[in-house]
Design a protein around this ligand. Structure first.
Ligand code: FEO
Length: 172
């Protein structure tokens, strides 16, 4: 069933935020690549791809329901990264912002009694828990390593193993 125009606008804002997330992660990947941390750069690029898939999920949901998905203005990623720790702290702060937006979208869907979007939004609530947890772990590990070059290279090698994003078999 078609969703209300007001909720459609909120979904469109979320689509734009997911695409903004992809751009932020892509920029962070560049920052790590410039420090020759190829594994971290790969991890961040994979995350950028995952954010694009998130946007696609929302777009598919709108189009499946006969609503109009419209991509808004995506700001330039104004990330200022002076260290590896700052890179992943930036990623964590961004994920926290996305989680807040998803919770708000969920509340909006409840307020408008839009049952059809509930499975998708529940999936995203869980996804955000995972995303925050994994970035938080990286921040913790980078913090432990501090200025230890060999430790950083070991973590970099470990992170290069990431193939794609998380399992993508789910509600939309
Ligand atoms: Fe799509 Fe990382 O939030």
């Amino acid at each position: 069933m078609r969703m209300s125009t007001a909720l459609e606008a909120d979904f469109n804002a979320q689509i734009t935020l997911e695409l903004e997330s992809a751009v932020v992660y892509r920029q962070l990947a560049i920052e790590m690549d410039m420090r020759d941390l190829r594994g971290m750069a790969t991890w961040l690029r994979r995350q950028a791809e995952e954010e694009n898939r998130h946007a696609e999920k929302f777009i598919d949901h709108l189009t499946d329901r006969g609503n109009h998905a419209v991509i808004g203005t995506i700001p330039s990623p104004s990330v200022s990264v002076s260290s590896v720790l700052e890179c992943f702290e930036t990623a964590r702060a961004h994920e926290e912002r996305v989680s807040t937006a998803i919770r708000s979208l969920y509340r909006q869907s409840e307020a408008t009694d839009d049952l059809d979007s509930r499975p998708l939004l529940t999936w995203f609530l869980t996804e955000q828990l995972e995303e925050e947890a994994k970035v938080d772990e990286i921040v913790g590990r980078v913090g432990m390593i501090a200025g230890d070059g060999p430790g950083l290279l070991r973590l970099d090698a470990e992170m290069s193993a990431r193939s794609t994003g998380s399992a993508d078999t789910d509600a939309r």
